[in-house]
Design a protein around this ligand. Structure first.
Ligand code: CO
Length: 341
């Protein structure tokens, strides 16, 4: 039953991208890949080591073997957020997006029925972002991954909402991934930027879409999914509703209370705790949670989807919806039974 599971949260890191300072026509501190062996590499930021990766990041064969071992039929593969380049000049982000998109398409073309690519776009420039999305959708991409903010512009920003309207109009599903987390002496210890910062970032950006009126300006058929279970939003929707009621002078920016908007977005299952996932399904509805794993990174779940499959707190129908059915709706729109409709 679960061998055909669809994993909506994966990343790739290709090999063989050019010197980005040259390709982008300037700038410094660009990422590069230091190849250490046939199977090992280090993502560098300028001259600093950023993250070790193995061939699971770029090899279709390794990826497919891991998917078979985990019972995953299809991966929806997104860029690694450090390549977004949203805070650089748009004329630099445009060629970078094109480079990483073309390499991702190459990876996925090795098994097109099992590896489904999502593209990246130069989101800081709305027109350029729409153009790159169109180019990618024509080339075989199935959706787009965006970061949750561009500097101080959150997801209720006019340019970003315009891009999301375009996504809805061309039927491109959107996966929102936290990135560019705040830094401080308190957040730079352990992996606090990832452990605390990422869930907060996603929580803040969903809050911005609700209270900033983005959902009111966007069509209902926009399909948008947030990573890591939506961060901390589900736990604190009640607090936002209470504030909407009691501090309506500040928080009452929408006609409806914040919890009214939960049916406008989906979240993935990357929460690692059976009770948390059960709670998430209760808050979001079983049709708005999808299996993800964050493969191939160390903070991802292996076997992919175990928190769904092995979860006695979910019914068989709920498990099946999370493992496959909801992803089909996310990818294709309501009423789809196969990936390639
Ligand atoms: Co991720």
């Amino acid at each position: 039953m679960t061998a055909d599971a669809i994993d909506v949260h994966n990343h790739n890191v290709p090999r063989g991208w050019p010197d980005l300072a040259v390709a982008a026509g300037g700038g410094d501190n660009w990422p590069s890949l230091r190849i250490d062996s046939e199977r090992d590499a280090m993502i560098m930021m300028g001259s600093q080591e950023f993250r070790p990766v193995t061939d699971s990041a770029w090899s279709a064969d390794t990826r497919l073997a891991d998917m078979d071992a985990d019972g995953v039929g299809i991966q929806v593969i997104s860029p690694t957020p450090m390549f977004f380049s949203f805070t650089r000049p748009a004329e630099q982000a445009v060629p970078v997006a094109r480079i990483f998109n073309d390499l991702a398409l190459e990876l996925c073309s090795e098994a097109p029925d099992r590896l489904i690519p999502f593209c990246q776009v130069p989101l800081q420039d709305t027109d350029a972002a729409c153009r790159e999305l169109d180019r990618c959708m024509d080339a075989g991409f199935r959706g787009v991954e965006i970061g949750n903010h561009i500097g101080d512009r959150d997801l209720d920003d006019e340019g970003i909402v315009t891009f999301l309207q375009h996504c809805a109009s061309v039927g491109a599903p959107v996966f929102v991934h936290p990135w560019d987390m705040p830094e401080s002496p308190r957040l730079n210890r352990w992996m606090a930027q990832w452990l605390v910062g990422m869930p907060q970032e996603t929580h803040l950006s969903i809050t911005a879409m609700i209270l900033g009126g983005a959902f009111d300006r966007l069509p209902r058929d926009l399909r948008i999914c947030f990573a890591h279970g939506g961060g901390s939003i589900a736990m604190w929707l009640g607090r936002m509703d209470n504030a909407w009621k009691n501090r309506h002078d500040i928080v009452g920016t929408t006609e409806h209370p914040p919890s009214y908007y939960v049916d406008r977005f989906s979240v993935d299952s990357v929460v690692f705790d059976q009770r948390t996932l059960r709670y998430l399904v209760d808050v979001m509805g079983s049709e708005r949670v999808m299996m993800g794993s964050d493969y191939p990174y160390a903070l991802g779940e292996r076997p992919a989807g175990a928190v769904v499959r092995d979860n006695p707190l979910l019914s068989a129908d709920e498990q099946q919806a999370l493992l496959r059915g909801n992803a089909l709706t996310f990818l294709n729109g309501p009423g789809s039974n196969t990936v390639n409709t």
